[in-house]
Design a protein around this ligand. Structure first.
Ligand SMILES: NC(=O)c1ccc[n+]([C@@H]2O[C@H](COP(=O)([O-])OP(=O)(O)OC[C@H]3O[C@@H](n4cnc5c(N)ncnc54)[C@H](OP(=O)(O)O)[C@@H]3O)[C@@H](O)[C@H]2O)c1
Length: 185
């Protein structure tokens, strides 16, 4: 499989890249990696897909979000979290639909703070929960195009990414992708 790994140079992404090393990987970072993209910039995402062409899977282990006390998080903190980790990954799917083959796979990263919040996690919990809602809903429409974004952990992407908190998915069944399989962290 040819797999685009956005954030593949990071802490989570490097572990995912190691797990998937038998595949043909295209590793993208913001300033590092084989190709560069800014998830917060839709035009940059479009340019990325124009550059790499068609792939079997897109796996994102990237997305910034702000951590801080609720009364200290400002508008910029929420804007960053929403535009980068949430809409950046949502746009990776939306703008990547025509670049992923039939039966292909999208995998996004949320995080356990969506369901197990802690003091200081309001912005991160917000975007993580938003991502998980998006994945569940988008998965319902993917069979039309035979592409499944979702959270199952029994596909190759799911097995390798799920242990690191990525939302893995297999293209094997609609039920699997819609169910989700969230794992720590
Ligand atoms: N680490 C954890 O324990 C953990 C737990 C739960 C969830 N997560 C989530 O997992 C994701 C990755 O976390 P991490 O700890 O691996 O982060 P990290 O080590 O800082 O790595 C971030 C990766 O994303 C890339 N990146 C940064 N900004 C980007 C942008 N605007 N557009 C595209 N790529 C960008 C970085 O590229 P450059 O190096 O070139 O900047 C790098 O490859 C985050 O969304 C985080 O919230 C992490």
């Amino acid at each position: 499989m040819t797999i685009l790994v956005v954030g593949g140079t990071g802490t989570v992404g490097s572990a995912v890249v190691d797990e998937l090393d038998e595949h043909d990987l295209i590793v993208a970072g913001h300033t590092s990696g084989e190709v560069q993209v800014d998830l917060a910039d839709p035009a940059s995402i479009d340019q990325l897909f124009r550059t790499i062409g068609s792939v079997d899977a897109v796996l994102s282990c990237a997305g910034e979000a702000a951590f801080g006390a609720l009364d200290e998080l400002d508008d910029d903190d929420f804007d960053l979290s929403l535009s980068n980790k949430l809409m950046g990954q949502v746009n990776l799917v939306r703008r990547g639909l025509d670049s992923v083959v039939d039966g292909g796979v999208f995998t996004l990263t949320s995080g356990v703070l969506s369901r197990e919040p802690m003091e200081g996690s309001a912005a991160i919990s917000l975007v993580n929960a938003g991502l998980e809602g998006f994945v569940r809903a988008a998965a319902l429409e993917m069979p039309r195009n035979r592409r499944d974004p979702g959270g199952a952990g029994n596909g190759r992407g799911g097995q390798s990414a799920g242990g690191y908190g990525c939302r893995g998915l297999s293209g094997e069944s609609r039920g699997n992708t819609a169910r989700g399989d969230d794992r720590r962290p």
